[in-house]
Design a protein around this ligand. Sequence first.
Ligand code: AMP
Ligand code: FES
Ligand code: ZN
Ligand code: ZN
Length: 313
Amino acid sequence: MLKKGTRCTICKSKNLKDKAVVFLPHHRLALCKEHFINWFENRVEKTIKEFKMFSKEDKILVAVSGGKDSLSLWNALIKLGYQADGLYIDLGIGEYSKDSKEISLSFGERIRRKLHIVTLEKEIGTIPQINSSANKPACSACGSVKRYYMNKKAKELGYSTIVTGHNLDDEVAVLFGNTLSWDIDYLKRQYPVLKEENGFIKKVKPLCKTTEKESALYAVFSNIEYIEYECPFSQGASSIRYKEIWSQIEQQSPGSKLRFYLGFLKKVYPLLNQENQDTKAIKQCILCKEPSFNDICGICKLKQKLHKAPAKL
Ligand code: AMP
Ligand code: FES
Ligand code: ZN
Ligand code: ZN
């Protein structure tokens, strides 16, 4: 909690008088609005460099959902001088998609960058349609569909890298879930940089060391409008329960999330990816030519289920 009258740590060191508006317990920092914005952008820049994500010469594509994370990230990247355009996937989830598309479009106009749009209704079917015909939970089908179109469109549009707004809370929740079930195949791929290989474009997560709360504060201080309500299908998702558990752990022991996540990256991830470990072979889907573990990829199978299969092989 920020005590009334606390001065900004940085302003204090420069003999300035600004009052802090944010307290970051795990970094032991109290910051004014201006220094928080600087701190957030520096942290994004350092993460990009630490994990060799991309450079100012690369043409990168930010996957924009209209939420606080992806819009804050896009804004920070532009301010830092990166060549970043946006990609919005219209999932066709009623008001939620309508509002988030409008917000994303007007933000693209504000920063004068191109926002590409993929409309699932035209490509495969909306998430509510998929939900009523597939026997998977909507969120899991939605995750696969989003990953597929991000990869496909970024390649078609000639970008080198796809950038997502996954934050520390997201990564910790996923890591926790994968650890509870010891899902080695997923754990092996949980890294903030996935290199380009076998038809997959390079994918990076520059917010992996900043929290959801920090993105929200950055958005508010930068006057970024974002969609404040969750997707209606997310209710009851296990990741939300894990986030609640982790917020209690973090409150009692600030820095736990970051220690858990960075500990995994440093100590466990390399063990899982030693050269002699088996990895599933990647093929090419015989229908769409995208990477797949089977002859026909999950999305083409889904398309067939929705009666929108390509006419011939
Ligand atoms: P989520 O899976 O909703 O937590 O979102 C994680 C990240 O995926 C976001 O920060 C975005 O970068 C990206 N993303 C989510 N939904 C969309 C969407 N509809 N269109 C484009 N990117 C998205
Ligand atoms: Fe995909 Fe909710 S955003 S199901
Ligand atoms: Zn300050
Ligand atoms: Zn396919």
